[in-house]
Design a binder for this molecule. Structure first.
Ligand SMILES: [Zn+2]
Length: 88
């Protein structure tokens, strides 16, 4: 359920809106780093779920793994939900 809401938020809210939000990178704030390997992931996932793949890769290349993985997890969740309905 939480995953569905998160993916829904990525699909509905454009990456430009996410980019205007606060910088929530813990590593930047704790250690004063310029960026960490996860920086830009939220914007990248929003761009990915809007179908802007080049923009998604520009924000964070990890989206090549996390985007399809989230689609797989959501698909698995939907299938298991349907199977539970059939078992009743
Ligand atoms: Zn970061």
């Amino acid at each position: 359920m939480v995953l569905s809401f998160a993916l829904g938020a990525f699909a509905v809210v454009p990456p430009e809106v996410w980019a205007r939000g606060p910088d929530i990178c813990l590593w930047k704030h704790l250690f004063g780093l310029a960026a960490c390997p996860a920086c830009g992931s939220t914007r990248a996932l929003a761009a990915f779920f809007h179908g802007h793949l080049a923009q998604a890769l520009a924000y964070n290349r990890n989206v090549m793994v996390t985007g399809p993985m989230l689609i797989g997890l959501l698909t698995q969740d939907v299938i298991s939900g349907i199977m539970k309905l059939w078992e009743k």
